[in-house]
Design a protein around this ligand. Structure first.
Ligand SMILES: [Zn+2]
Length: 173
């Protein structure tokens, strides 16, 4: 592929201190969700539901990989990784991460994210909605373990649970 216009780099996030001397690094959650759900609407309209979800998953995965490279790549101990991740996700307002089950040998994890940035407080729907988070978690898991992961949200605020629960399983080939 020829040089792309939008290949992600952290430079695109910009110099927030320089650029936002009065407003700082924060924006209202509504505008974040407005962007997510307008993207979702347009992607679905153009490419269908399944593809829209897949693109969200893939984007989340890229975000997880980039986040790992920038902030967590020095870590080698899983428990320490979880602890640092919990603090970072809380400080950035992404959500409150908990690990319910962890089997490093088998490659199977159950994680919950409460007060999730993407979905907490949404009306009840009959489907889980956090495809971006699924990919995000997959990116974080794969980067740390070097193994491919498939992540599925099994409970969501939108399905009546008050937390999002994700099942992460290593993909064996
Ligand atoms: Zn959710």
């Amino acid at each position: 592929m020829k040089d792309r216009k939008y290949k992600f780099t952290w430079d695109l996030i910009g110099d927030l201190e320089l650029g936002r001397p009065n407003l700082g690094p924060y924006a209202r959650l509504e505008v974040y969700r407005l962007m997510q759900f307008s993207f979702r609407d347009i992607l679905e309209k153009n490419y269908g539901t399944e593809k829209a979800d897949a693109l969200f998953y893939e984007s989340g995965k890229l975000a997880g990989e980039e986040m790992f490279k920038k902030f967590f790549s020095e870590l080698t101990n899983f428990n320490e990784y979880v602890k640092v991740l919990q603090t970072a996700l809380r400080e950035m307002g992404v959500g409150i991460l908990k690990v319910e089950e962890a089997d490093l040998e088998v490659g199977r994890f159950v994680l919950t994210v409460s007060e999730d940035l993407d979905c907490s407080g949404l009306p009840e729907l009959d489907y889980e909605i956090c495809a971006y988070d699924e990919g995000f978690i997959a990116g974080l898991m794969e980067s740390f373990t070097g193994i491919k992961f498939k992540v599925k949200e099994v409970d969501c605020w939108c399905t009546g649970d008050r937390t999002c629960r994700f099942l992460a399983e290593a993909v064996k080939d």
